[in-house]
Design a protein around this ligand. Structure first.
Ligand code: 26Y
Length: 807
């Protein structure tokens, strides 16, 4: 074994400086005088990575020696962001790195900012996976993340005359210093073709095409570098580089075509988080990474164990939504066709290992694949799905339930992936208490009745390393002085702040930290969005993907109404606000893109109006991503979490903002409910219809026109949008928004408008009593420790995976 001291990560500034210099010359191939910022960044990254490798090996040795149960987190998305500063902080090398780089004449902060975001995800689901990776290493779970190494992550957003434009993102344009290519860890993955007789009984699938999945490993160091897990991303490669015969004929394009088609599979992240496109390529992506991962998992198991029946004791697989749900049929196929097990035995083993997390109840976001398409791309798997469905029907019948109650996997010519994942999983979880209850009562009601022990809750969490320690240096320093740094690994310790909320001197320092973050943000906001942020201004942020159910439109209508009110009563001493919007819309989501344009048009009108100068400004910095979140969240005073109740499964931005001392204005939706329960009713601004009331209003036949008629300020705002007040060059531009608001309003914007307006005016008033506001903000920080993803991972480990935690 290795004999390396436990403090293998430790290194002096002088030594680190030496290593950086060595890497610059020998890994990058450049001398110090010619080096650009990116060269220094890569050199430092390699030097830091060097400190991670030995603890990485040691972790693997410990897991193997103890024969620990392994946890595999399968996710189409990992929204990681930058890695350098995170790794430096986890290894406790912050001052060494700063000092080393200063000695080389390089600004450490500039170097950190030079790193491109790894944006291999769309939003909440992908960022949750990244937080979970961090926490699995922090608490010492033998975890491994599996995903796709997309050549191009989430598109870059820019605004062209206020309209969203999308450009390809190119994070691999420069070398990615954190990963190790593993050409030996590769699997052939088949598609199409035919199935011989007796599918599911003997090796019967003859795929028509094959691509190779090649592994790339990134070490994931936990807090203090005591435990290092792995993120393994698969890249698609052709079976042969090019067709030599075609090449020799001079058909260069034809020679390259098979390679291009194969590599297409891992080319680009699907930017769509709302509607399954029914697209063959997405299905291939899903199968590609799932099949490679399952084969890798089986291979690792079989190297150390003989009896496949022991698989559920040694392996837990978590499916991040239904995107990897083909894992069930694939695992069964391998056990039956390649290992000779009987179908029922294989099914029981698969169901002993698999677990499924649901992230949405919105019908249009639940994956369904046409059976025809699945049968064409994965003919053997379709037959296995049919056998799973038949067994599920037998179980239903045995339990006295009809087989036609909507709980079948196959129906209307489609495969319902949520049902497939549910049936093939040992545990199914929702991501907040409310969401889990709604799963049990609505979308999964029939299945829940059949398997009442299966659905459990694990409320989401966020990693305190990135989302407090890393992004908020002023607050981190204050916490260090006040309560030490035990909170970084045990976030519940923030509760020690509760008594300090009543200490005026502490509150003043807390407010000073928030002010420092706003001062730090101001020049960036001026450059990005052309607005001036004075530190006394209330900074109000809504940052998340654009979706109608998240109701950026509600916020915007309130902005317009506030603008009108300020113009109509200039003598009033209005509370000054800056409203920040940040987020991307799926490229094909027309309504969301129109709302983005409306926000930009309103922003221009409001920001140019001298009548509200210094009182109301609207900022929409383009290309919201993880790094932008790290800038905005520590500076925010108010967190907008205003989705239609019942539709936001959890939210995690809500947790990050509260943890950084922003007060929430929100509906009783997702994890907002649990935030209120913890911070206390008096420290959060709740408004609007509850999930039950939303359901009732809809059942009664909701008519938005009555709400508009009853609220003159809403009516005025809608009329202004309709009449082209914000789009004089094209008065009809927002017709689709106006017609929807007046006629249908699926997400009950109008029904909640007045309650929202009133709550916002209460917020204006509350901001004026800064001592009371700061007291609430301190209590938000103090009581949000429970929203650590460490707590969430311990919950999964204990209640779902039956896996140990080392720390
Ligand atoms: C089917 C495909 C197009 C698809 C791709 C991505 C469907 C959904 C998604 C992403 C969903 C997502 O991000 N959901 C969010 O997950 C977070 C983590 O659990 C929740 O906090 C958040 O409420 C939920 O919207």
């Amino acid at each position: 074994g290795l004999t390396v001291p436990p403090d293998a990560g430790a290194v002096s500034a002088a030594e680190l400086r030496e290593r950086v210099g060595q890497h610059l010359v020998f890994s990058i191939g450049r001398g110090a005088t010619a080096a650009r910022l990116a060269d220094w960044r890569l050199a430092l990254s390699y030097a830091i990575r060097d400190r991670i490798v030995v603890p990485w090996f040691q972790t693997a040795e410990r897991i193997n020696a103890a024969d620990r149960k392994r946890v595999y987190y399968l996710s189409m998305e990992f929204l990681i962001g930058r890695l350098l500063d995170d790794a430096v902080a986890n290894l406790g090398l912050e001052s060494a790195a700063r000092e080393a780089m200063a000695g080389l004449g390089v600004d450490y902060d500039a170097l950190v900012r030079d790193e491109p975001d790894a944006a291999l995800g769309n939003g909440g689901l992908g960022r949750l996976a990244a937080c979970f990776l961090d926490s699995m290493s922090a608490v010492g779970v033998a975890g491994l993340g599996y995903g796709i190494r997309y050549d191009h992550g989430l598109f870059r957003q820019s605004f062209e005359a206020g309209w969203q434009a999308e450009e390809a993102e190119d994070w691999l344009a420069q070398p990615h210093p954190w990963e190790f290519e593993r050409p030996e860890a590769s699997f052939p993955i088949g598609f199409g073709g035919s199935v011989g007789p007796g599918a599911g009984d003997a090796g019967a699938w003859h795929p028509a095409e094959t691509v190779i999945a090649v592994a790339y490993d990134t070490p994931v160091p936990g807090w203090q570098g005591r435990w290092v897990n792995t993120l393994r991303l698969w890249s698609a490669k052709p079976t042969r580089e090019f067709e030599l015969q075609a090449f020799n004929r001079g058909d260069f394009l034809g020679a390259a075509t098979p390679a291009v088609l194969a590599e297409t599979i891992s080319r680009v992240l699907y930017p769509d988080d709302s509607t399954p496109q029914g697209r063959e390529l997405r299905l291939k992506q899903e199968y590609f990474f799932t099949a490679a991962s399952i084969r890798d998992i089986l291979q690792r198991f079989e190297r150390r164990h003989g009896d496949l029946a022991a698989l559920p004791d040694k392996v837990a697989i978590q499916l991040n939504d239904t995107h990897p749900a083909i894992a069930g049929p694939e695992l069964i196929r391998l056990l039956v066709d390649e290992r000779g097990l009987a179908f029922d035995a294989a099914f029981d083993i698969a169901r002993g290992c698999l677990h499924y997390t649901n992230h949405t109840l919105l019908p249009e976001a639940l994956e369904r694949w046409p059976a025809e398409l699945l049968g064409r791309v994965l003919p053997c798997h379709l037959e296995i799905v049919e056998r799973i469905d038949a067994r599920h029907a037998r179980e239903s019948a045995a339990a006295g339930r009809p087989s036609d109650d909507g709980t079948a996997i196959l129906g209307d010519g489609e495969v319902r992936m949520g049902t497939l994942a549910f049936v093939a999983a040992r545990r199914v979880n929702g991501v907040s208490a409310l969401h889990t209850r709604l799963m049990q009562e609505t979308v999964f009601g029939g299945l829940h009745a059949l398997h009442p022990e299966r659905i459990v809750n694990q409320t989401n969490g966020v990693t305190p390393r990135r989302w407090l320690h890393g992004c908020n240096p002023p607050l981190r320093a204050l916490l260090q002085e006040a309560i030490g740094d035990g909170w970084v690994a045990d976030l519940d310790r923030l509760e020690a702040l509760v008594p300090l909320a009543d200490d005026a001197a502490f509150r003043e320092r807390f407010a000073a930290a928030k002010r420092a973050n706003k001062v730090r943000l101001a020049p960036w906001l001026a450059e990005q969005a052309g607005i001036e942020l004075a530190p006394e201004t209330l900074l109000d942020v809504q940052i998340k993907r654009f979706h109608e159910y998240k109701r950026q439109l509600l916020n915007l209508l309130e902005t317009v109404a506030l603008w009108n009110a300020m113009r109509q009563a200039p003598e009033v001493d209005w509370t000054p606000r800056v409203k920040v919007f940040g987020g991307k819309a799926a490229p094909g989501y027309r309504m969301a893109k129109l709302i983005i344009k409306l926000i930009n048009d309103v922003a221009r009108t409001v920001n140019d109006d001298p009548a509200v100068r210094g009182r109301l400004q609207v900022a929409f910095p383009p290309n919201y991503n993880v790094s932008m979140a790290e800038r905005l969240i520590p500076a925010a005073d108010l967190s907008e979490q205003i989705s239609t109740a019942g539709l936001e499964a959890s939210g995690t931005g809500n947790m990050k903002l509260a943890l950084n001392g922003a007060l929430t204005v929100g509906t009783l939706d997702g994890a907002n409910v649990e935030i209120r329960d913890r911070v206390g009713e008096e420290n959060i601004f709740i408004f609007g219809l509850t999930a039950e009331e939303v359901a009732r209003r809809r059942a009664e036949g909701y008519a938005p026109a009555a709400c508009i008629a009853a609220s003159p300020r809403l009516a005025e705002a809608v009329e202004q949008i309709a009449s082209g007040r914000f789009s004089p060059d094209e008065p009809e531009r927002f017709r689709a928004i106006v017609e929807d608001l007046r006629g249908h309003d699926r997400f009950l914007v109008c029904a909640d408008f007045e309650a929202y307006w009133q709550r916002q005016r209460a917020i204006d008033a509350a901001w004026r009593d800064r001592a009371a506001w700061t007291r609430s903000a301190v209590l938000n920080v103090a009581r949000c420790g429970w929203f650590s993803s460490d707590r969430a991972i311990r919950g999964y480990a204990k209640e779902i995976w039956n896996a140990e935690t080392e720390f």
